[in-house]
Write a protein that binds this ligand. Structure first.
Ligand SMILES: [Zn+2]
Length: 253
């Protein structure tokens, strides 16, 4: 997928709703299935489909070789990360902020909201979560932006639909490059219980992972497990994020 995105063509921009299925979703998930899901499997077909392409031209060969290299790198760390579930959520596209954004932190606007259940320490919980992600990757976050200039906007709602307590909407292009993230954090879960500061911190840690391009982990202790309870990033969280930013953005089909 080497087509270059054109900034003046908004039709090329895909908006993907990365739905954070968080704590409020717990009841439904517990009713439906065990909390622990099977670990991701390494890609069994790492290079066969690429090698099977017929009579590739020079450009096709280069693209195929690139995809093969990326797949091989993914296979190396598939068991120690949740890169495979992450790629499954994006139809096998490596989706992340582009390298050119590494020079400066992503600008974050934290928009306090006068909604039921909002607490002043929630903004501090977001800052706390940012502190955990900063330093993990060559790209980080800096608060203090206004919403017009921000790369990442974080705000609150009293409730979210679908029983979730967090939601991250990413704007990204066909090349896998993320352009913007909009995060909504709920002050109440699906049962109407108000979130306290630790839960808001876990939720922010989780949603910030989505803003970086991460999908869900099947391991309950990870910050990106669908039911967010982690108060620290795990090695698996960090390893997955670092692998994502080591890979070139774009499709690996
Ligand atoms: Zn999530």
């Amino acid at each position: 997928m080497a087509k270059r995105p054109r900034s003046n063509n908004l039709s090329l921009v895909l908006v993907l709703l990365v739905v954070g299925g968080i704590a409020a979703d717990a009841t439904r998930r517990i009713l439906q299935r065990p909390a622990v899901e099977a670990p991701p499997r390494p890609p069994a077909d790492t290079s066969t489909s690429v090698a099977g392409a017929s009579a590739p031209g020079p450009r096709d060969s280069a693209a195929a070789a690139r995809v093969a290299r990326v797949r091989a790198r993914i296979a190396e760390d598939a068991e120690r990360t949740y890169i495979m579930p992450t790629l499954k959520e994006t139809d096998s596209t490596v989706r992340r902020w582009p390298d050119r954004r590494f020079a400066h932190p992503l600008r974050v606007a934290v928009l306090r909201r006068d909604v039921t259940g909002y607490r002043e320490d929630f903004a501090a919980n977001v800052t706390w979560a940012i502190g955990h992600w900063n330093g993990v990757l060559p790209i980080g976050f800096a608060t203090g932006a206004d919403s017009g200039e921000a790369d990442v906007v974080i705000t609150w709602a009293s409730r979210l639909d679908s029983g979730k307590t967090g939601r991250t909407d990413l704007t990204w292009d066909r090349g896998g490059n993320i352009h913007h993230a909009f995060v909504t954090l709920a002050t109440h879960d699906a049962n109407g219980h108000a979130l306290d500061s630790p839960r808001m911190g876990s939720l922010a840690l989780h949603e910030l992972g989505h803003t970086l391009g991460l999908g869900h982990s099947p391991v309950p202790s990870d910050a990106l497990y669908p039911i967010a309870t982690a108060l620290e990033l795990t090695d698996r969280d960090r390893r997955t994020a670092r692998l994502l930013y080591e890979l070139p953005a774009g499709s690996i089909r």
